[in-house]
Design a protein around this ligand. Structure first.
Ligand code: ATP
Length: 232
């Protein structure tokens, strides 16, 4: 499916900002990239709609650049906490629809949230959690942490599940996990809130919600033949 073109402002072109900028531009979106360091700006100049060397804490400069014409902003300044906060504040005042901001620690993150950042990211911390999840739950295709205790996961149907209805699988009673959706590989269809009689087919991906402990148990047993015995 073709995505509608969106417009972004990315401020701070360190490793994090550069990677975001390249990815957004590679999807064909409009991107204005700003950094006070000219070398970093030049490096991305050919990839983006506009690359500008400027100090983002200068509101007049941002206004002159017409950044308000863009919808969404990413503040990828990390180490200079004052500049990160001031820039986020200015962008909020300029009326950006959505601001994603990078924080270097929890206090920085809390301040960014308080002044109106819509999404606050701590790349090293967030990536550490993701890597730990992939070590612990290697069988899951994807995992979204809903709270410290609950997660949403995508898991490929195991051999033991195939050909069985959700009623027969009984995952809620056995593991305390609820199947929210079944994605079918062949038809690229998603069955939202499947019924108890829906049958799991070859290549299906199940979207499940549960506590991390219950999901961990389910994951372990998906690989284990004892699971096949349990669900019979
Ligand atoms: P990363 O970990 O993403 O590589 P970094 O540690 O290299 O980042 P940060 O201090 O987080 O650097 O800053 C990221 C970028 O933000 C740098 O390229 C820096 O030049 C830029 N930057 C910092 N302050 C401003 C500012 N006031 N205006 C524009 N750019 C800025």
């Amino acid at each position: 499916m073709k995505q509608a073109k969106r417009s972004f402002l990315v401020i701070g072109l360190g490793r994090f900002g550069e990677s975001i900028t390249k990815t957004l531009a590679s999807f064909g979106h409009e991107v204005m990239a700003i950094d006070k360091d000219e070398t970093k700006v030049n490096k991305l100049a050919d990839l983006v709609t506009q690359a500008v060397q400027a100090d983002a804490t200068d509101e007049d400069v941002l206004k002159e650049l017409g950044v308000s014409n863009l919808d969404e902003a990413v503040v990828a300044i990390g180490d200079d906490i004052q500049a990160s906060i001031l820039t986020t504040l200015i962008l909020k005042d300029l009326g950006f629809k959505r601001i994603v901001a990078k924080a270097t620690n929890d206090y920085h993150g809390r301040v960014l949230e308080k002044i109106g950042a819509d999404v606050v990211i701590q790349p090293e911390k967030d990536m550490g959690v993701r890597v730990a999840h992939s070590i612990l739950f290697g069988n899951f295709i994807d995992l979204i942490e809903l709270s410290p205790d609950y997660s949403l996961v995508e898991v490929s149907a195991s051999q033991a599940m195939k050909g069985k209805s959700l009623k027969e699988l009984n995952l809620r009673a056995i593991y305390g996990c609820t199947v929210l959706a079944i994605k079918s590989k062949d038809e690229e269809k998603v069955n939202i809130s499947p019924s108890a009689d829906d049958v799991v087919k070859d290549g299906d991906v199940l979207v499940l919600v549960g506590t991390n402990r219950d999901l961990g148990m389910l994951e372990k047993e998906l690989l284990d033949e004892s699971h096949a015995r349990k669900i019979r």
